[in-house]
Design a protein around this ligand. Structure first.
Ligand code: NAP
Ligand code: BLA
Length: 327
């Protein structure tokens, strides 16, 4: 069987993981890569057997390519994914599909029109923590409250896209997995409130820290808090996901999971976060070669993005914002 010819946009962590996975799989062949700085493109080509190209506009129009991985900064996802679909390529894009909801919503029909795959990666769904949450959810009775905190202290913040308003985007659209984990578990959202705060680097679009705190009110009555923070104002990291039910509580702190019921405290093993890009890449190739369904549809990602957009509106206005699903 002919192997799928692959191009990658990006040279960072996600791009490297994709390249490793493609090189290890006979069903695909890594052909081209492009990125931001010429030095990083060159480094990438020294580390992997691949040809460098100057720009993503050139890469997405290469006749011979079948499949494009979009692994660059959030600001550019929508434009690149859209152009690649227009050029009749299968597209895999790291979340978010686009930072803007309307832009993302316009890309999904392009895939149907060209009869190509559009896969928005959501590795958090195939990770150990989420799988364990799903497995044990029925052990805690009726869920009424959830809280997901990710705080990442950084001692010296250098200007980078992850600390830039436009390139990173609104934190809950950028770090979309925070909302997506919750919508995957609890369904549709009725209303959202949110507050955010930035510690800006004066006279630039860069910041040194940010904090974003949203509360989602689900249609089934569940309340969920999302707390996202990073940067040099934080002195203690925290990655805690807890779900409270009327029969018990599930708490995951880092990789350590516990189910608490009556006097019981049951330890829940969680497999490591490593290997998820490899798993995602394999599932994409399973789909393209054997039609095996993928684990997530772009519409689910788009819904999370809608909630993120409403959270952004809530933080701008200080109001409770309705998430209307039939807009
Ligand atoms: P990364 O390691 O920082 O790589 C970022 C890439 O974007 C590099 O190729 C970098 O090139 C390029 N870039 C930086 N600034 C740019 C600019 N101003 N204009 C154009 N390109 C620029 O980031 P990453 O972790 O691979 O993340 C890539 C994407 O994957 C992001 O959308 C992220 O949200 C998503 N994602 C990542 C993970 C993860 O585990 N890392 C998980 C889920 C989703 P230079 O170095 O040459 O500047
Ligand atoms: C998500 N990780 C992300 C994202 C970025 C990074 C930019 C997307 C935005 C977000 O959801 O926050 C970047 N993650 C990093 C960096 C480190 C890190 C620079 O852990 C530095 C160590 N990602 C990795 C590594 C692992 C990893 C080394 O770079 C695991 C060993 C996993 N990152 C990982 C997972 C997600 C993610 C599983 C999905 C988010 C989630 O779990 O909710």
């Amino acid at each position: 069987m002919k192997s799928l010819k692959v191009g990658i946009v990006g040279t960072g962590y996600a791009a490297k993981k994709r390249a490793e996975a493609i090189l290890a799989d006979k069903r695909a062949k890594l052909v081209y890569v492009t990125g931001n700085s010429p030095e990083k493109i060159q480094d990438f080509c020294l580390n992997f057997p691949v040809t460098g190209i100057d720009s993503w506009q050139q890469l997405v129009n290469r006749e011979e390519l079948d499949l494009i991985f979009v692994c660059t900064i959030n600001r550019d996802h929508g434009a690149i994914a859209g152009a690649a679909l227009e050029s009749s390529k299968h597209v895999v894009v790291e979340y978010p599909l686009a930072l803007d909801f309307a832009e993302a919503a316009a890309i999904i029909p392009l895939a149907a029109r060209t009869n190509k795959l559009l896969h928005v990666e959501h590795i958090e769904l195939i990770g150990g923590l989420h799988q364990a949450m799903k497995q044990y959810l029925s052990d805690i009775g009726n869920v009424f409250y959830a809280r997901y905190i990710t705080i990442a202290p950084q001692r010296e913040v250098h200007p980078s896209w992850k600390y830039h308003r436009e390139m990173f985007g609104f934190p809950l659209a950028a770090a979309l997995s925070r909302i997506h984990r919750l919508t995957d578990l609890f369904g549709k959202v009725e209303t959202v409130t949110c507050r955010d705060r930035y510690w800006d680097i004066p006279n630039t679009d860069y910041f040194k820290s940010c904090l974003c705190n949203a509360q989602l009110h689900f249609c089934n009555g569940i309340i969920a808090d999302i707390i996202y923070g990073k940067g040099d104002v934080f002195w203690h990291g925290n990655r805690t996901f807890e779900i409270h039910g009327d029969k018990g509580t599930l708490i995951f702190e880092g990789q350590k999971g516990t189910l608490i019921r009556d006097k019981e405290r049951i330890e829940i093993p969680v497999v490591s976060r490593r290997g998820l890009f490899t798993k995602d890449t394999k599932m994409v190739l399973d789909y393209l070669t054997d039609n095996i369904p993928l684990y997530v549809e772009p519409e689910a990602s788009l819904y999370a993005l809608r909630v993120a957009e409403k959270a952004r509106q809530a933080s701008e206005t200080g109001q409770v914002i309705k998430v209307i699903t039939n807009e």
